[in-house]
Design a protein around this ligand. Sequence first.
Ligand code: ADP
Ligand code: MG
Length: 695
Amino acid sequence: MTKVPELFGSKVFNDRVMRERLPGTTYKALKKTIENGEPLDISVANVVANAMKDWAVEQGCTHFTHWFQPMTGVTAEKHDSFIQPNGDGVIMEFSGKELIKGEPDASSFPSGSIRATYEARGYTTWDPTSPAFVRDGSLYIPTAFCSYTGEVLDKKTPLLRSMERLSTEAVKILHLLGKTDVKRVATTVGPEQEYFLIDKELYDQRVDLKLTGRTLFGAKAPKGQELEDHYFGAIKARVAAYMKELDEELWKLGVLAKTKHNEVAPSQHELAPIFSTSNIATDHNELTMEIMQKVAERHNLVCLLHEKPFKGVNGSGKHNNWSISTNTGENLLSPGKHPESNVQFLLFLAAVVKAVDEYQDLLRITVASAGNDHRLGANEAPPAIISMYLGDDLDALVHSIIDGNSYESHGREKMQTGVEVLADFMKDNSDRNRTSPFAFTGNKFEFRALGSSLNIACPNYMLNTMVADELSQFYDELKDAENVQEAAKEVIRKTFTAHQRIIFNGDNYSDEWVAEAEKRGLLNLKSLPEALAHFLDKKNVDLFVKHNICSEDELRARYEIDLEAYSKQLNIEALTMLDMAKKDILPAVTAYIREQVDAALAKKALSSSISAAVEEKLAEKLSEKQLRFVELTEELAQVTAEAAKVDEPLEQAFAYRNNVFAKMEELRSVGDSIEEDMSGEYWPYPSYTELLFGV
Ligand code: ADP
Ligand code: MG
């Protein structure tokens, strides 16, 4: 086997390959583009393209593809071969123009109301900040995607813009504070990815998993996660073989896959990479999800990325670990030894606190999806209420700043806020609060409300933009101050005081918190339609427009696309349920009832002294449930048809949530109770026991 250091990045057109294969001047020009965002000359692009092509062909590639992230939630690619006619034959060619720009037909990608107003043509443009790579005989070029007239149609463009904005605003603040050597800052992300692995043969027998990614029926297995024996448990051989191959595939593609372990639910696992810049972390997370599914096939497994494949056990999320660091190597969210006198840290912390409080709705919106609605607020993921956890020490510090009191760390040494030399700050002094949606974990924030299948670009561009905005406000307050340090302390005190309601260190799963949060005026947006209703609130539109992340039209398009995707998903789920009910479940129940009746008759025919009570009772009980099941099937068909007719997107999403989803839950509960009563032989689908304990 090749050693990992040689394997790592072997399929990536990375810095090492560029240095080896590009002329010095070309390399330098490209580095300037990558590091400082300077435009790339076409003559330089031609040289880069040619070197990329030669390298890719050596790796067995025949094609290239512009790889992009449209609003569908999955990545898109269209492959073109390198061939150019040459006499009787062909040669392999790739131009700078082809590298820089592609023109996929945009008309079939979701574009919301933009579609009506603008032409359907779209462009993909090379993103040189994320390295190209080879996969399955193609050279993959990460790109951004926009319409012919420049409207943003993807998830990457706003992310790149937001990173720029945050960099600009953070640098301004740092310069004010005397750090004039800092030229750029970058946001960094480490996304922890949860997933389920189940047996392919069982999966193939579940139409619900195939069409919707989750089980729509399924009685609880006698054993779930209550023994807590799966979490961090020994990894089974078949899963270990899968994980090993997955790691290797990811390493080849330059993904820093680091940690793997079993998760809480049976058959559930997690993979975490080492963090990188938000942009690369996003591309790598998309790649990771794709490779996870592909490698699973080779092991006769299926990797489920849905947020809630199984009722009654934990669903899957994604923890978005986020921080900001400078080009000089400083993590701006690192408290250092003396956070109480670290004005720079406290100022950035205050910006995040203010952002999370003012844009709770956006953070909630950005993690909303049909799948994630099953998790948020269901005592397994963080609740739908957005709040922040700072840890005991930092919380005490923030409160001492608000109150102007002395600050006491772990009851050790008394300290006066703001004075210079104080005792050591303990970074990880308190138990980590696993229930908080937005937790400070030492030198980064961990946003934990993301669903497992989500593209992390959206939460990150929102987070970056809102923090950039707060920093620009701070800058305006500080730029003319005579004593910046003192003025900054005042901004910090004011900000913590005004936004302390967002900080909550207790148990986010408790009912008391729901009541307390309401008293504090925090939002509790329980489902996607409730959250999306706030998307176009003036303050949100103003934020994105002010920072040039999205126009109002583009935001409206995003809003409509999200709502439509939600309604469509629920529509597919309802229709799949109806199909399962009518085609499989009802006939199976009838057959099983008939068997009971036949058995009862046979017993009676044998002798009048043999009791047929068991069969008769079961047949009776099941036919009662079956009747209720049929009624609910008809009701579900009706509410689904009605919801499909609603025109206005938000109203429609509410119709699906309040009527269709609610009816699906009712139908499921009767279906599951029928499954409990039936023989496994007659039930048409593999059971939860088989699915969850089958690998
Ligand atoms: P856990 O939360 O499971 O204890 P860690 O704290 O080690 O795990 O890290 C979780 C994730 O956070 C990893 O992907 C790690 O790379 C990432 N991470 C660590 N430091 C940073 C940072 N400065 N910025 C972004 N992500 C980070
Ligand atoms: Mg974590």
